[in-house]
Design a protein around this ligand. Structure first.
Ligand code: ATP
Length: 325
């Protein structure tokens, strides 16, 4: 299986709910940075992980891929034996690219094939949503609007435009719960009065101040009409201007060096720059494949990140690929 990383082109975060989660409106976008997953029949369930950041990924039942296997077995009452999952990671761990969720999605689709469970996509999406907020999108891929915790998906209708992205990987990780907690603290401080800490520059590229409807955390998150219009028209310039992430100020407060990375990308001609999800990966939109190549080389030379990668999107979700022998 091959399964893509996700970017959030918009991430609007509502106030914390009673269960501790936040209601989201997000625009997911799958890009051509893939983990590779193999599922083989085995006596009992197991997982082995290699590649980028493998030492930080659990090789036991806590691995999201094995949780997905267990969820499928329970939901489908599959009379199947064990399965060994092998994960070759290329999606950096705890980088805001939902690599763990991607592996879970791949394991789900793989075992559905391996066991001949025969579940259709709607049923797989339901099981995926139980495993984690971003897992359903990794099954679906493409570009889609996510609501709820991000698991209620509507594919975005858009022309077949391919966008060129540059990803700047940071030297370090950010924990998703820590970033949400920082956002809650920043919003509480902001609601406390004008003297309160602002939490960093605008998350909305091009805005003098954060332009989100959820700025004070009191409003319900709202889908950005300008972003959807950019996607419908396939206009990369418009898309670059419309990228937004409510988590960005929180991520910057915990990882201030990212300001320099974002600023460098914009100075080097990116059409838009944003922290990806909960960070610390930064994403940049380029006008063409050539521009992306230039931008990646210049960012890499500027010393503002650990490494860079180029990717295009949208790409399909978790999919079987022919075995290479
Ligand atoms: P999120 O999906 O919450 O935005 P992220 O993209 O920042 O997270 P992930 O790479 O998904 O980060 O990893 C988050 C945590 O999940 C890590 O601390 C890691 O130990 C754990 N984890 C469990 N299973 C996996 C897996 N198969 N691959 C990567 N991380 C995993």
């Amino acid at each position: 299986m091959r399964v893509p990383a996700k970017l959030n082109l918009q991430l609007a975060v509502g106030p914390p709910r009673a269960d501790g989660y936040h209601d989201l409106v997000t625009v997911f976008h799958a890009v051509s940075l893939f983990d590779e997953i193999t599922a083989r029949p085995a006596e009992r369930d197991g997982v082995s992980v290699s590649g980028e950041g493998a030492d930080r990924v659990p090789e036991d039942g806590d691995n999201l891929a094995l949780r997905a296997v267990a969820a499928l077995r329970a939901a489908a009452a599959a009379d199947a034996g064990g399965v060994h999952i092998t994960i070759a990671k290329r999606i950096p761990v705890a980088a805001g690219l939902a690599g763990g969720s991607a592996d879970a999605a791949a394991a789900l689709v793989a075992c559905n094939e391996l066991w001949g469970t025969g579940l259709g996509q709607p049923q797989l999406l339901e099981i995926a949503a139980q495993v984690g907020s971003d897992v359903a999108f990794a099954v679906l891929g493409g570009t889609a609007v996510g609501r709820g915790r991000g698991e209620r998906l509507t594919p975005a209708l858009a022309p077949a435009t391919s966008y060129h992205w540059v990803l700047a990987f940071a030297d370090g990780q950010l924990s998703t719960p820590a970033v949400y907690a920082a956002l809650d603290r920043l919003r509480a401080a902001e609601a406390g009065g004008p003297a309160a800490e602002s939490g960093g520059p605008a998350a909305k590229h091009g805005a003098a101040e954060q332009g989100s409807a959820t700025r004070h955390g009191s409003a319900e998150p709202v889908l950005d009409a300008a972003l959807m219009s950019a996607l419908r028209s396939g206009d990369a310039r418009q898309l670059g201007r419309a990228l937004s992430n409510d988590l960005q100020p929180a991520a910057l407060s915990l990882f201030p060096a990212l300001r320099k990375t974002l600023a460098a990308g914009l100075e080097l001609g990116a059409l838009g720059a944003l922290v990806s999800g909960s960070g610390p990966t930064c994403l940049f939109l380029a006008a063409s494949a050539d521009r992306a190549l230039d931008l990646a080389a210049s960012l890499s030379g500027a010393g503002v990140c650990r490494s860079v990668a180029r990717a295009t999107g949208p790409v399909p979700g978790a999919a079987v690929v022919p075995a290479v022998r």
